[in-house]
Design a protein around this ligand. Sequence first.
Ligand code: MN
Length: 479
Amino acid sequence: MPKYFPTIGIECHVQLKTKTKLFDGVDNDARDAAPNTLIGPLCFGLPGTLPVLNSKAVELCIRAGIALNAEVATYSKFDRKHYFYPDLPKGYQITQFDEPIVLNGRVDAVLASGEIVSVRVERAHLEEDAGKSTHPEGADYSLVDLNRAGTPLLEIVSFPDIHSAAHAKAYARELYLLMRYAGVSDADLFYGNMRFDVNVSICEDPSRLGTRSETKNLNSFRSVEKAVEYEIKRQTELLEKGEKVVQETRGWDDAKQKTFSQRSKEDAHDYRYFPEPDIPPVEIAPETIESIRNEMPSLPSGLREEFAKAGLAQSQIETLLDAPEAAEIMRLIVAGHDQKTARTIGNWLTGELQRLVAAEELSWVKVADSINRLVKLASMIDDGSLSSSAAKTVIVEMIMKGTDPEDIAKSSNLLQVSDESELVGIIEQVISNNSKAADDVKRGEVKAIGFLVGQVMRLSSGQANPSVVAELIRKQLAD
Ligand code: MN
């Protein structure tokens, strides 16, 4: 048992998938935009401008609340939180302080092993993002880009229910899956659509909390895991040396895989929160919440259940969930076909096809166009007309060109011969040429039958169906 017990809480900022900003009718997709092109008077904090709440953002918060197994507040309000940063021209952020839109949730993160990590969500509040400052190296100036200013964010705050780096990573991934499947966010980590702040403390007494550090702005599951690991190690070393952990904000250096001190508690901000006078409180009718609940898309928990019923392995299910397009293909297959078909196609989706998509040789869109052909290909394995290895040869051409799998198998000479009348001549020849092996089979030697099947396969140029051949040899030798 390690001497110190770690406790971790995570705050996650999720960028909501709205067309326009939270309080301003300006385009919200800053991914490919030149700096300071997606801005309105409000982003600049010009005097006299007034915010108008984007109702789509509220709807997405309701969906997020449902996905988080949380209560959606029928009454919430906005507050001003004061910062003095060059990338925040208003001088304050509009956020929610004491009456957030989402409360009391629970996330059940599932590890590839099947282990479940249950984490309670304290709250989730709606707020606007700030702009972005860059400090060119060697220059005596800084640059401010306000494209991101006013982008809607949902900040999801967990209780400190996490106790290892691996579990922190699992929770971060589960939040990502939930926000993506619920259609709340594009959840594109590369563009910083989800950013994690991890609070880590350690204590010898598991019932108490040590002094915590907060490592901010992690943008991958792996960096969440690594930052937690690093903080546990750093804090353990401090305590072992008889030193104290300082409460502070830290950053993550991804190149060095280390956290570093940014600011201590002494320079903590006084936010001077007060209610936002320009935006009325948000009141949501319970019927609105219910109607959104009834129209929610499939969430990870439901998909896990459906895929497990179809006989997919736990690790395959998690692989599918990581690629929502693949999971959607699987959902359609599972809904309309038997277990055997589902398992065969599940193996392709999580094996061969997943590899080809990762190598950018194939797209999930193309695979989705081939659902009927995938089903036919699976049935060809079932009826013995194609071996599973030959199916893998057919599958790429079938998806890329949209060709019927049977036509490809025929023209590439891959169809298996299962017809007794076509095989019996070769089998008789092989038995008479290998009388010793034939005698061994009669005496019940298991290996000998494999040898004879191999001979038949060779003579048929690999086209005989090996399980049919084995059965016919047994039948011949039993007579
Ligand atoms: Mn925040």
